[in-house]
Write a protein that binds this ligand. Structure first.
Ligand code: SAM
Ligand code: SF4
Length: 364
């Protein structure tokens, strides 16, 4: 075990250079990092894992991010919108199985019809569950009035990944236009916080042109933004996207996975009381990816409740797992995985980020 890592891990605040060293940790150093992140997780957020039943509401998207399989420029996927009854069926399943919360995720659309549909869904989920189900939204950038409307209808968490906190890299992986504006995305995160949401963000790990220095910067960015929750995971290529042309530049998948795990562990050490998701993309690379993420410091799992018939059309990246597993199979598989990771499930609880609860208490 090297002294340097031990000394570094004792620091209250990491510099970018410290984080680069820690992200490069191998062997006994890496084990030390994971031991500490597991201890911190246990101490600050406990060993309860909270479920967020995920509905991939629609793959219709007005944006054209260069990495994403459902970008508007990809003509291959059949475009869909899950029906109201199907969403409510998923909500019933979540309730009956004591998942404390749901996540509604979707391609980005800002038209009135879409905004109204989401508002209506939020009201109905709240009504059906007697307010029991917490709701996270991941619907991309919207107007302030939309954020407020959805908040009033019952959504109380909102996740917008910054994707990368490096402006230049952001511009390289997005079309260069007003719709894909780095500053606007940061503004959206600040606005959501002001409105009162639990705010989440995150990044992709192992993008073409991305360096360990960028990733160290991402960790500092998330800390500085003081987010309540984070969802981050490996970038996985998709053949029908413009970024695929840079495939030769990508780190091997295993390396993207390893660095993603270290990102989770470091974030847990830096932001002790936030919620961190064990993301599906982790499992796409490593069959036990989500358990490993839980051990490294994650405490949120998003079982997929999207009706199976739509899943082939929500392929953000290659080899997305659980395409044919329905909600109950998914539940059984996840429960076993969580117990294997030494955690227990926070049945029926919202499991809001402790960080959010604390900062709200300070404000009041
Ligand atoms: N449209 C909304 C947005 O972009 O914020 C929410 C849905 S979007 C599909 C959710 C996340 O998928 C994105 O924030 C991005 O990080 C992730 N994603 C898209 N393409 C990916 C890829 N090829 N590999 C890994 N993650 C990807
Ligand atoms: Fe649309 Fe989100 Fe995919 Fe970008 S990442 S193309 S906004 S679904």
């Amino acid at each position: 075990m090297s002294d340097t890592i031990d000394t570094l891990l004792l620091k209250e605040n990491f510099s970018q250079a410290d984080l680069v060293t820690l992200l490069n940790a191998q062997g006994a150093d890496k084990t030390r990092l994971y031991t500490l992140s597991a201890e911190i997780k246990k101490q600050y957020v406990g060993n309860k894992v909270y479920f967020r039943g995920l509905v991939e509401l629609s793959n219709i998207c007005s944006k054209n991010c260069l990495y994403c399989g459902i970008r508007s420029g990809n003509a291959k996927p059949g475009r869909y919108m899950v029906t109201e009854e199907e969403v409510l069926e998923a909500a019933r399943f979540a309730l009956e199985n004591e998942y404390g919360s749901m996540v509604l995720q979707s391609g980005e659309r800002c038209d009135e019809r879409f905004v109204d549909t989401v508002s209506q869904l939020l009201r109905k989920i709240k009504e059906l569950s007697g307010g029991k189900l917490g709701i996270t939204l991941s619907m991309g950038e919207q107007t302030e009035s939309t954020y407020r409307e959805w908040f009033a209808c019952g959504a109380h968490r909102y996740l917008i990944r910054i994707e990368t906190s490096d402006r230049e890299l952001y511009q390289r992986i997005h079309p260069n236009d007003k719709k894909h504006d780095f500053d606007k995305r940061i503004e959206a995160l600040k606005l959501l916080r002001e409105i009162g949401y639990n705010v989440g963000s995150g990044v992709m790990i192992g993008l073409p042109f991305q360096t360990i220095e960028h990733l160290a910067g991402d960790l500092l960015f998330l800390k500085q933004l003081d987010v309540d929750m984070v969802g981050m995971g490996p970038f996985i290529e998709h053949e029908d996207t413009p970024l695929y042309q840079y495939n030769d530049l990508l780190w091997p998948r295993k390396e993207r996975f390893d660095v993603s795990l270290k990102m989770v562990a470091l974030l847990r050490i830096m932001m002790k009381d936030i919620n961190i998701a064990a993301t599906t993309a982790m499992q796409a690379i490593d069959k036990q990816g989500r358990e490993k993420a839980l051990k490294a410091g994650a405490n949120i799992i998003m079982p997929n409740l999207t009706p199976v018939k739509y899943r082939e059309d929500y392929l953000l990246y290659e080899d997305k797992p659980c395409l044919d597993e329905d909600a109950s199979e998914c539940r059984n598989c996840l429960e076993a995985r969580i117990h294997m990771a030494g955690d227990e499930i926070g049945f029926g609880e919202w499991g809001d980020s402790k960080h959010f609860t604390k900062r709200k208490a300070v404000k009041e």
